[in-house]
Design a protein around this ligand. Structure first.
Ligand code: C2E
Ligand code: CA
Ligand code: CA
Ligand code: CA
Length: 277
């Protein structure tokens, strides 16, 4: 038994070491990613459940790292935050999304809103709201073509500067979504304090709507959101069964592989044009 215990400790140490090493390699590679143009964005359609039309999309970052193929944002964004690189990356994402929104909406009859993921650290590092609104104006991009997705972590930050940054963005016409709803640790008090537009229910809840308890929770969130004047986006919808349950309970928008995975800009545009005829 002693031997076994030692093996377990050894295994644990090895795992920690491997993790630290991988993080180190990601850090080193991340520093050159932006200057070497290794980032790109993909866009996932968000469908209005009432009209079955694509009305929004979420921009998601991708990294073509020559040394670490296949590393996803869930892994490298937290590292970028620790390295203090998130601000720069975030500005790049914003610029790309603004240009993309202008580009595609010139070719579409009904404009589509593109949303950007904004990490908590990004907003606490400084208020770029005024700059963003100015840049949109100078590019002739109406602010309502852009959305920002924030998480509960961010709203838990009690600082007035953070609240003001969000308030200014929204005053300027940028819509706000509360991302990953239900996965945080907080109470719901921030729903009292913040003016938001959408709640995005995390896919861990959406998957479970096929079971009575899971369904009860999502249904309750939808009712609460509507009473607060918010609309609901369901994330990670992968099949027809989940989709029809969400439709029954009056969920407003859906996003997920059932409709489409995230797509490159050109593919996204042709997908939208095909879907809306
Ligand atoms: P998120 O904001 O919750 O994004 C949704 C994730 O679910 C995306 O993963 C998306 O590709 C994936 N997804 C979409 N539909 C389905 C589905 O039907 N089933 C399943 N299983 N997954 C689905 P992705 O692209 O790997 O992004 C992971 C996370 O990385 C995002 O979670 C977000 O927190 C972060 N992220 C992505 N892009 C950016 C960015 O530009 N800036 C910042 N700060 N964070 C980003
Ligand atoms: Ca998101
Ligand atoms: Ca999410
Ligand atoms: Ca997530």
């Amino acid at each position: 038994a002693k031997e076994e215990g030692r093996n377990k400790v050894q295994h644990f140490d090895d795992q920690m070491l491997a993790k630290a090493r991988r993080r180190r390699r990601i850090s080193d590679a991340l520093r050159v990613a932006l200057p070497q143009q290794q980032f790109s964005l993909v866009y996932q359609p968000i469908v209005d459940l009432q009209t079955r039309k694509v009305v929004k999309a979420e921009a998601l970052i991708r990294w073509q790292c020559p040394k670490l193929p296949g590393v996803g944002p869930a892994e490298f964004i937290p590292v970028a935050e620790d390295l203090g690189l998130i601000q720069e990356i975030g500005e790049w994402v914003f610029q790309q999304v603004a240009l993309m929104a202008r580009d595609i909406n010139m070719q579409l009859a009904e404009p589509i809103q593109i949303s950007i993921n904004k990490s908590a650290r990004q907003l606490t590092a400084g208020d770029s709201s005024a700059l963003w609104l100015e840049r949109l104006a100078s590019l002739n991009v109406p602010a309502h073509w852009i959305g920002v997705e924030i998480t509960e972590t961010l709203l838990l930050d009690g600082r007035p500067s953070v609240q003001n940054a969000l308030w200014r963005l929204r005053q300027g016409g940028v819509q706000l979504s509360l991302d990953d709803f239900g996965t945080g640790y907080s109470a719901m008090s921030y729903l009292l304090r913040f003016e938001l537009d959408y709640i995005k229910i995390d896919q861990s809840f959406i998957r479970d709507v096929v079971r009575p308890r899971g369904r009860a929770i999502v249904e309750a969130i939808v009712v609460m959101a509507h009473k607060l004047g918010l609309r609901v986006i369901a994330e990670g919808v992968e099949d027809q069964r989940v989709l029809s349950i969400l439709q029954e309970m009056g969920c407003d928008y859906v996003q997920g592989y059932y409709f489409s995975p995230p797509l490159a800009q050109a593919d996204f545009l042709s997908w939208v044009q095909r879907e809306s005829v």
